[in-house]
Design a protein. Sequence first.
Length: 215
Amino acid sequence: METLEAIKARVESAIPGAQVQILANDSPSGQRSLVVEPVQGLQVAKFLRDDAGLRLDYASNVTGVDWLDAVLKEKVKVKKVGDGVEKEVEETTEKKRAGYLEAVYHLYSMDLKHGPVILRMRTPNRTETHLPSLTPVWRGCEFQEREIYDLYGIVFDGHPDLRRILMWDEFTDFPMRKDYSEPDDYGYEPTPHDKVFEKAKRHYPAAAAAAGGTV
């Protein structure tokens, strides 16, 4: 299979206005990925599936990721003058990065027997949560996008049947968000009372102590 650099160049050539970024991976797998803007996500997906040299006709899995606000540290080399001599020194800079949600697609070609190509789309932030559904391109994405919607809150525009798949319909939160706080109790089913009280004591230590450890 051709390199990610070649795929990136061909995508940007074939789709007017397409912006594709190659994302490095520092993990042992070293699997780099393509990051595309959501507005071109559906067009890029169709290109990857239909291009004769790629034929990425199978999405093996789709996952969600929640990225919180973060401060990223980066080492840069700068030139400074000391004692009349210019030297190159290394400094650490900090840059704030706003949080966002991400959908990650692992793509293979069953026909040409190659892959994976990893495709990523990101929301602008953690409150604007719309991304295009890629189910119209890869039918196998349907349940996996529903799972991401259910657990992370990403709304996949154009999905044929976007509804919760693991949590019940009345549930209002997203359990895989990194700032998710599990409630002390769930009203829909009986819960062992002692366990509920132990959880509640973490939030109301003064009240628990005044009650003598019982309610």
